[in-house]
Design a binder for this molecule. Structure first.
Ligand code: FAD
Length: 489
C-alpha cells in the first residue's frame, strides 16, 4: 500500500519506520531541509546545541520502535540513565540535587529542606498509583475507538478516575502530600512538562514525576538529536523514501477518502495519508474545504518557550545537565502566563549538554540552553519582551550563581514562539499542542484518525496522546494499530 506522510518530526519518522517495516511503500514529505522538526540540533561557533527537547524520559518507547521494526534497539541508539535528574536552586541559597534513586532523593530533600523523607515517598507513591490505573488507557490506546472501551480493564480503570484527583489541581494535591512550599513548587514544576499550569491542571497529571523518578531520566549518547538520527536512519533502512524541502500544499480527498497529496504543482496518489503536521494547520492549510472539528481546533494552546542558546566561556561546577532556578512566586508566574504575559522573575531552566558530552563545547567552556516558559503567541510585542526577559534572566542567573554571566557569553542564538511556529508549523508556537489545564483535555485532543475522511491519520504532539517525545512515539504506534484494524475490517 502507498502511504504519504506529511512531516518528518519525531512522530512522522516513527510512523514511517513502523509502516515501512510492515512492507508498505512509504513516502515522507518534509518542508524543512532536515528531519526531526523540533527535535533538531545546530552548531554555533564551536558549541553544539539541541534546538528543542532536552529531557529524555521513557526510552522504552524508542526501544519498542526498533523491536517493532525487527532490530536490536541498542545497536544504533544508546543512552545512559542519569544519577541526578535535576539540580534545583532557590533565591534564598537553598540547593538540592534530585537523585533519580527515590531513597537518595528523599534523603536529600530531608537534608536540604528539613522535610521528612516520607513526604517524597507519599508523592511518588501517589504518582505511581495514578500511572498504574490510567497510564495505559490515556497514553497507549486510542481514546476514540469502541474497541478501547470494550475492554473490561479499561472500564474498571475509568470508574476509578474521578477519585484520582480529577477535580483537584496538581498544586492542591502537592500541598496535601508534600506540604513544604519548596517541595510543592518542585513537584508543581512537572505541569510544565506538557505546557500546563499546576494551579489549574488536574491532580491526575501528577503521574508525570513517576516517569522521571521511577522510570528514570536518560541522556542519549550523541545528544537529544541522536534520537532523530536513529529513527530517521531506521526508517531509511526499512525503505521509507524522504523528500526534503517539500512542503505539502493540500490533502487530496475523493469520495470522502484521502486519495493523495499535492506537493508543489504535483498531485501524488496515495492509499493512506498520515499527517504529522500540527492538527490546526492540517485543517486550515491542507483541508480548507473540509468540515473542521471546531471544538478541537479552539482548544487552549500549551505554553511556548523563549530560549537563549549561549556559548559560555567558563565552566560552572555547581551546575549539572538539567538545572532549575526557581522564581519566588510560582503562582503569579503561571497566572501571568495564562494572561499572555511573562513574570519579571521567571523560573529559569538551564540545560548544559556539555556536562554529559564535553565535545559539545570548546575545552573549559559550556553550552547553555537557557529557557523560560512564555505564553503562546497572541500578538505580544516579542522583540520588546525578549529584550526585557534577557536582562531579567541574566540578572537572576548572575545573582543566584554569584557571577556576572553576560561577559561570559561567547555567542548567542534565540528561539521564541514566532520562530517555533515558522520553523515547524506549530500553531502559535505552542510546544505541546493543546494545554492539559482542562480536566477533559485528554479527550479533547484530536484522535489519531479522521472520522470524516477515511484513510486520513494523525500523529505528533498536537494529536492524541499529546506532546513530548515519548507520547509522539506512542502516537505513531497507535496509528500503526488503527491502520491495521482498518485494513483488517
Ligand atoms: P514537530 O517536531 O512539530 O515536527 C513537525 C514537522 O512537520 C516539522 O518538521 C515541519 O517542518 C513539518 N511540516 C509541517 N507542515 C508541513 C507541510 N505542510 N509539509 C511538509 N512538512 C510539514 N519534549 C520532550 O519530550 N522533552 C523535552 O525536554 C522537550 N522540550 C522541548 C523544548 C522546546 C523548546 C520545544 C520546542 C519542544 C520541547 N518538547 C520536549 C516537545 C517535543 O519537542 C515535541 O512534542 C515533539 O518533538 C513534537 O514532534 P512532532 O512529531 O509532533 O513534530
Amino acid at each position: 500500500m502507498r502511504i504519504g506522510v506529511i512531516g518528518a518530526g519525531i512522530a512522522g519518522l516513527a510512523t514511517a519506520a513502523r509502516l515501512a517495516s510492515l512492507g508498505h511503500e512509504v513516502s515522507v514529505y518534509e518542508a524543512n531541509s532536515y528531519p526531526g522538526g523540533k527535535l533538531s540540533a545546530f552548531w554555533l561557533e564551536g558549541y553544539r546545541f539541541d534546538a528543542g527537547p532536552s529531557l529524555f524520559t521513557m526510552p522504552q518507547y524508542v526501544d519498542d520502535l526498533f523491536r517493532a521494526a525487527g532490530e536490536d534497539p541498542h545497536v544504533h541508539f544508546r543512552y545512559n540513565r542519569l544519577d541526578v535528574v535535576c539540580h534545583y536552586f532557590w533565591e534564598d541559597g537553598t540547593r538540592l540535587h534530585a537523585h533519580s534513586d527515590k531513597e537518595a532523593f528523599a534523603a536529600e530533600v530531608e537534608q536540604q529542606l528539613g522535610v521528612p523523607a516520607e513526604r517524597v515517598g507519599a508523592v511518588l507513591a501517589d504518582s505511581a498509583h495514578k500511572y498504574g490505573v490510567t497510564g495505559r488507557i490515556f497514553l497507549e490506546k486510542s481514546l476514540h475507538k469502541w474497541s478501547t472501551w470494550a475492554d473490561a480493564k479499561v472500564l474498571k480503570a475509568m470508574l476509578q478516575i474521578p477519585g484520582l484527583d480529577l477535580f483537584t489541581s496538581m498544586n492542591r494535591v502537592n500541598e496535601r502530600l508534600a506540604k513544604h512550599p519548596k517541595l510543592v513548587q518542585l513537584f508543581n514544576r512537572f505541569a510544565t512538562y506538557n505546557g500546563s499550569n499546576p494551579y489549574k491542571a488536574p491532580g491526575l497529571l501528577n503521574i508525570i514525576p513517576h516517569f522521571e523518578h521511577e522510570q528514570g531520566a536518560y541522556y542519549p549518547i550523541g545528544g537529544m538529536h541522536a534520537i532523530t538520527e536513529a529513527v530517521y536512519e531506521l526508517a531509511l533502512r526499512k525503505g521509507a523514501a524522504f523528500h526534503f524541502g517539500a512542503p505539502v500544499r493540500e490533502i487530496l480527498v475523493e469520495n470522502g477518502r484521502a486519495a493523495g497529496l499535492r506537493v508543489g504543482e504535483e498531485e501524488l496518489p496515495f492509499d493512506r495519508v498520515v499527517s504529522n503536521m500540527d492538527v490546526f494547520f492540517t485543517y486550515k492549510k491542507l483541508l480548507p474545504n473540509a468540515r473542521q472539528p471546531k471544538r478541537i481546533l479552539r482548544q487552549q494552546k500549551s505554553t511556548s518557550a523563549l530560549i537563549f542558546y549561549w556559548g559560555i566561556k567558563r565552566s560552572f561546577p555547581e551546575l549539572g545537565l538539567h538545572n532549575i532556578l526557581f522564581s519566588e512566586d510560582y503562582e503569579k508566574e503561571f497566572a501571568l502566563l495564562e494572561a499572555g504575559a511573562v513574570s519579571d522573575d521567571p523560573t529559569v531552566y538551564i540545560n548544559i549538554s556539555s556536562k554529559a558530552d564535553p565535545a559539545d563545547a570548546p575545552a573549559g567552556h559550556e553550552n547553555w540552553f537557557t529557557m523560560i516558559n512564555v505564553p503562546y503567541n497572541s500578538g505580544q510585542d516579542w522583540d520588546a519582551l525578549i529584550s526585557r526577559c534577557r536582562a531579567q534572566v541574566l540578572a537572576k542567573v548572575s545573582r543566584m550563581l554569584g557571577t556576572d554571566v553576560e561577559p561570559l557569553i561567547a555567542c548567542e542564538d534565540v528561539l521564541e514562539p514566532r520562530t517555533i511556529e515558522s520553523r515547524t508549523q506549530s500553531h502559535l508556537g505552542a510546544l505541546y499542542g493543546t494545554s492539559s489545564n482542562n480536566r477533559m483535555a485528554a479527550f479533547m485532543r484530536h484522535p489519531n484518525f479522521s472520522s470524516r475522511i477515511r484513510g486520513l491519520y494523525f500523529c505528533g504532539g498536537s494529536a492524541h496522546p499529546g506532546g513530548g517525545i515519548p507520547l509522539c512515539l506512542l502516537s505513531a504506534k497507535i496509528v500503526e494499530e488503527l491502520m491495521a484494524e482498518e485494513m483488517a475490517s
